[in-house]
Design a protein around this ligand. Structure first.
Ligand code: ASP
Length: 439
C-alpha cells in the first residue's frame, strides 16, 4: 500500500481537492492520505495555519479575532460548498471558536487547520477519519514517542483503512494537543508509512521533485530523479530546502522510499529518495549542489611541533563541549582548520578558547568570517580522484579563490569554501562542470 501526504498548496481550494481525489482514486494502493491545512491559493494569500496562529495571539493580547476567524470559516465553507460535501462543519467551527475564547494553547489552535481539512477530505473521499490526537503521541518533554505512536498507528490504520489522518499534530501524556514544528505534516506521513510498512511514501506538493541546484542561482537546473536519504541530508546541510528533516528517519530506517510528486502535474515521476543507491541508473553521477553563506574559518595552530595528537583532540573536545557543529577542513600534526557557522561560533564559543588554553600548549589561532560553503553531493564524488582537480581548475578559470576543499566523512560530499561574494558564481561554475552533463 501507499501513504500519500498532500501539502497545503495541494489542498488550498476546491479545485485542488478535485485533483487530490483524482490522484488518490487513480491507484487503489493509496489507502492512507495525510493532509496539511489549506495553504496559499496565490502568492500573497494567507495560509490557514498562520491565520489560526493569528487568532491565538490576538486572543492572548485580549484583541478581537472574530474577523480573522470568519475568514478561516469562509475558506472551509467554500471548499465544502463547491464540492457539495455532506459534512456539517458548523459545530466543529463553533467548538474551535469557543476553545480559543476559553484560552486554548497555541498548539491546539494551529492544529485545527489540519483537523478540519482532514474531516473535509475524509468526507470527500469516502474514507474514515482518524484523529491524529488518538494515534500520534508526544512524551512529557514534548518529544515524539515514536514506538508508542508506531504501535497505535499500525493497529488503528490496519482496522480503519482507507483512512484520512490529518498531519502536523498529536497529543501529549495529558491528552493535550501538540504540534510538530512548521511543515510537520511531512513527519505524520512518514510515521504512517512506517506503521503500515508502505511500499512507498508519496509526498505530493507543488513542484515536480527536487532540482540539482537552486533555480535562483542556476538557470533551469536539471531535476533530481533519484537521490538517497544520505545525499539529501548532505544537500540540506548546505542550505538546500528539502523535506522536514524529522520526516526522514521513520521511513529511511525501514528502507521505505519517499517520492516527491507534483499534484499539478501528476504524470511527472518527481524525485525518488531511497535508502540505498542500488537502483540509481548511473551510480557515479552527482546528485546536486548547494551552498550557504555565513561561515567562518577557524584556525588553531600549535607553536611547537611534536607528534602528540593531544592538542587536536583537545580542540575537538572543546568544540564538542560547546555544542558547536563544524566541518573539518584540514588537519595535520600541528594545525587544524574548521569551517563553522558564524552565528553558531558567536553564540556557542564561550569557554572554547579557555578550554584549549588550559591544555598548556602554546598555540596561535584565528577566526575569519565571510565564507560560503558549497557542497557537491553524490556517490562517486569522493571516489573520483579527479574531482578535486576539476574543482580547482574550473574555479581558477573564473578567478574564484578556493579557501579550502575537503571530502566529507560520509564519503558522498565534497565541501568547498569560497568568499561569500563568490558563492553564486562558484555554484554556477561547478554546476556546469559537474552536473549539466550527468543526465
Ligand atoms: N500546516 C502546517 C504548517 O503550515 C504543517 C504543514 O503544512 O506541514 O507548517
Amino acid at each position: 500500500m501507499i501513504v500519500a501526504k498532500f501539502g497545503g498548496s495541494s489542498l488550498a481550494d476546491a479545485k485542488q481537492f478535485q485533483k487530490v481525489r483524482a490522484i488518490v482514486m487513480g491507484d487503489e494502493r493509496r489507502r492512507v492520505v495525510v493532509p496539511s491545512a489549506p495553504g496559499k491559493r496565490f502568492s500573497d494569500d494567507d495560509k490557514i495555519t498562520d491565520m489560526l496562529y493569528y487568532c491565538f495571539y490576538a486572543r492572548q493580547r485580549g484583541d478581537d479575532f472574530d474577523a480573522m476567524f470568519e475568514k478561516i470559516k469562509a475558506r472551509y465553507f467554500e471548499i465544502a460548498n463547491e464540492l457539495s460535501l455532506s459534512v456539517n462543519l458548523q459545530p466543529y467551527l463553533e467548538e474551535i471558536h469557543a476553545q480559543i475564547i476559553a484560552g486554548a494553547n497555541a498548539d491546539y489552535c494551529a492544529s485545527r487547520g489540519e483537523y478540519l481539512n482532514g474531516i473535509l477530505l475524509a468526507n470527500y473521499l469516502g474514507f474514515s477519519f482518524l484523529d491524529a490526537a488518538e494515534v500520534i503521541f508526544f512524551d512529557k518533554n514534548g518529544v515524539l514517542d515514536s514506538e508508542k505512536t508506531n504501535r497505535r498507528l499500525a493497529k488503528r490504520l490496519s482496522a480503519e483503512m482507507p483512512a484520512v489522518l490529518p498531519g502536523f499534530y498529536g497529543s501529549d501524556a495529558h491528552g493535550n494537543i501538540r504540534v510538530f514544528s512548521r511543515g510537520g505534516s511531512d513527519i505524520t506521513g512518514a510515521l504512517a508509512a512506517r506503521a503500515c510498512e508502505a511500499e512507498v511514501y508519496e509526498n505530493w506538493t507543488d513542484v515536480s521533485g527536487f532540482l540539482m541546484a537552486d533555480p535562483r542561482i542556476v538557470a533551469n537546473p536539471l531535476p533530481i530523479r533519484h537521490v538517497t536519504y544520505h545525499e539529501m541530508h548532505a544537500l540540506a546541510s548546505a542550505g538546500a530546502t528539502v523535506l522536514h528533516e524529522d520526516s526522514v528517519a521513520p521511513v529511511s530506517q525501514d528502507g521505505i522510499p519517499t517520492q516527491i510528486r507534483n499534484t499539478n502535474d501528476p504524470s511527472h515521476p518527481g524525485t525518488l529518495i531511497t535508502s540505498t543507491a542500488v537502483r540509481r541508473e548511473n551510480f557515479s553521477i552527482f546528485a546536486g549542489i548547494a551552498g550557504k553563506k555565513g561561515y567562518s574559518l577557524l584556525l588553531a595552530e600549535k607553536q611547537h611541533r611534536d607528534a602528540s595528537p593531544a592538542f587536536m583532540q583537545g580542540v575537538f573536545q572543546a568544540a564538542q563541549h560547546c555544542g558547536m557543529d563544524f566541518q573539518l577542513l584540514s588537519v595535520n600534526g600541528s594545525h587544524l582548520c574548521l569551517l563553522i557557522e558564524t552565528e553558531q561560533y558567536e553564540t556557542k564559543s564561550i569557554g572554547f578558547w579557555e578550554e584549549i588554553s588550559e591544555m598548556g600548549v602554546p598555540y596561535f589561532h584565528s577566526v575569519e568570517p565571510g565564507f560560503a560553503c558549497i557542497v557537491l553531493v553524490g556517490y562517486g564524488v569522493v571516489h573520483n580522484y579527479q574531482t578535486i582537480n576539476r574543482i580547482y581548475k574550473a574555479l581558477q578559470k573564473r578567478e574564484i579563490e578556493v579557501s579550502m576543499i575537503t571530502q566529507g566523512m560520509s564519503e558522498i560530499s565534497t565541501w568547498v569554501a569560497v568568499q561569500e561574494d563568490d558563492m553564486e558564481d562558484a555554484i554556477r561554475t561547478l554546476y556546469e562542470e559537474f552536473c549539466r552533463d550527468t543526465h
